[in-house]
Design a protein around this ligand. Structure first.
Ligand code: ATP
Ligand code: MG
Length: 431
């Protein structure tokens, strides 16, 4: 039979990989909790409209990266309005859930999430079709304090999980898109710069010139680079309130010992983004070096049909982080005590029950499954060495009948026979 393949751009999390992911997600969740963030989750499938309204038809995510989910009863995926997709990102779904769940009446909200996201991209290093994100969103706060807090949380998580406190391993790029008035002025300046026939733009950029000229600045096409380098800078178009907002964010970050680099070409070219945008980037992962990206989206909830509540958030790619973290920090599970029972079903049953009693008292107990007899005991004990057991407990037919058990110290190979009833206090005294 042909070997079953896994889908390109997906990753299995074998136990060691799972431990890395879980460490990242759990550290982030715990640190977010210290800041008052509550963890939540939304379904992995949503109506396509959730992302169309939020992220926009003109983006890569919506125009070409969403996996459609086809219900068994409809070959074509059903009516367009009811089309379902695997979520490509979580901010839109979180906002939808907040609106559906009535949380808009209880502002502010600080929310944390972790889970898989799906994008139909060309698979390559750091770019998967199913990947995982951790993310944080603060809703209902206009104050730049929310921006400062969220960026500080992100920096804190990176410092915690990266080796050597993250020193020299990432940079924070920061920019401001200003308010809608500033952005409108800037957009006009960009249309004048990119339009007017001075530059031969790529096809994508020519399209963006009509729909969303800010996104031309995102282009990686070589033919666009000269036009981008000579483009007017957004920072020069910020009106007074927008300048003050940006200055407050920068000041607040530097007061916390976080030094961003202002990167005037950093845009998240979606209409609902405003003011703060940021990325944490690294040189250690080659081309896909963005670890974490986020921004303020004051217009999003209204664009999704809800109240005009502001928001700001970020998301980080767990697979990218997992490549960089300090393996020494990943908690290793406590080595189990190995319980070896053999001789008859009755001994095995007694052993299984004893294992449960010990587990209830807080010991980690693994049952040996090799069904050993006296001759094959050696095999079971070899397994003990593989799982790092410090003590093996051995019960054969003789021990069973006299209610005794043999405790074998795997380090010095010493053995003691003791009464089963004494076992918990005996083990508790062990180092
Ligand atoms: P890019 O411009 O590189 O495509 P993006 O704007 O699509 O990035 P975001 O939507 O901001 O990325 O996602 C936030 C983070 O999620 C990224 O910085 C990255 O760490 C991670 N990420 C995004 N897409 C993928 C993917 N296909 N595979 C793995 N991680 C990803
Ligand atoms: Mg992308």
């Amino acid at each position: 039979m042909e070997k079953l393949q896994q889908i390109r751009g997906t990753h299995d999390l074998l136990p060691q990989d799972w431990a890395r992911h879980h460490y990242i997600a759990e550290t982030a969740r715990r640190m977010a909790e210290w800041h008052g963030f509550a963890a939540m989750a939304t379904p992995m499938i949503e109506f396509r409209d959730v992302f169309v309204r939020a992220v926009g038809e003109a983006t890569d995510i919506v125009s070409k990266e969403m996996f459609r989910v086809t219900p068994p009863s409809t070959e074509d995926g059903g009516h367009e309005r009811e089309a379902m997709v695997l979520r490509p990102e979580n901010t839109a779904a979180i906002i939808r859930a907040v609106m559906n769940g009535g949380l808009t009446e209880q502002m502010p909200q600080r929310l944390f999430y972790y889970g898989p996201m799906f994008r139909y991209e060309r698979p390559q290093k750091g770019r998967l079709r199913q990947f995982h994100q951790i993310g944080a969103e603060t809703l209902g706060v206009f104050s730049p304090m929310a921006d400062i807090e969220l960026i500080s949380l992100a920096a804190g998580i990176l410092r915690e999980i990266l080796p050597d406190g993250g020193r020299g391993q990432f940079r924070l790029l920061l920019n401001s898109l200003g308010d809608s008035e500033s952005r409108a002025n800037y957009r006009d300046a960009l249309v004048e710069h990119f339009g007017g026939g001075k530059f031969a733009l790529s096809e994508t950029s020519r399209e963006r010139l009509l729909k969303n000229p800010l996104r031309i600045l995102d282009s990686k096409s070589p033919e666009d680079q000269l036009a981008i380098q000579t483009a007017p800078q957004l920072i020069n178009f910020l009106n007074e309130p927008s300048r003050a907002f940006f200055a407050r964010v920068q000041d607040g970050l530097s007061a916390l010992g976080i030094d961003p680099m202002v990167e005037s070409k950093l845009v998240r070219g979606l209409d609902y983004y405003s003011h703060t945008v940021f990325e944490f980037v690294t040189d250690k992962l080659g081309a896909q070096g963005t670890l974490l990206a986020g921004g303020r989206y004051d217009g999003l909830m209204a664009a999704m049909g809800g109240p005009a509540l502001p928001g700001i958030g970020w998301a980080a790619g767990v697979e990218r982080l997992a490549e960089l973290i300090d393996s020494a920090k990943i908690p290793t599970p406590r080595p189990p005590i190995l319980l070896i029972c053999f001789g008859s079903d009755a001994v095995e049953n007694r052993g299984m029950a004893l294992a449960n009693e010990l587990r209830e008292k807080g010991f980690v107990v693994e049952m040996a499954m090799q069904q050993p007899d006296h001759k094959r005991l050696q095999k079971a004990l070899q397994h003990a060495n593989r799982v790092g057991t410090e003590f093996s407990l051995i019960m054969g037919p003789d021990e069973f009948l006299s209610d005794m058990i043999e405790v074998k110290n795997m380090a010095n190979r010493e053995s003691h026979k003791i009464a089963v009833a004494e076992l918990p206090s005996f083990l508790a005294k062990m180092p």
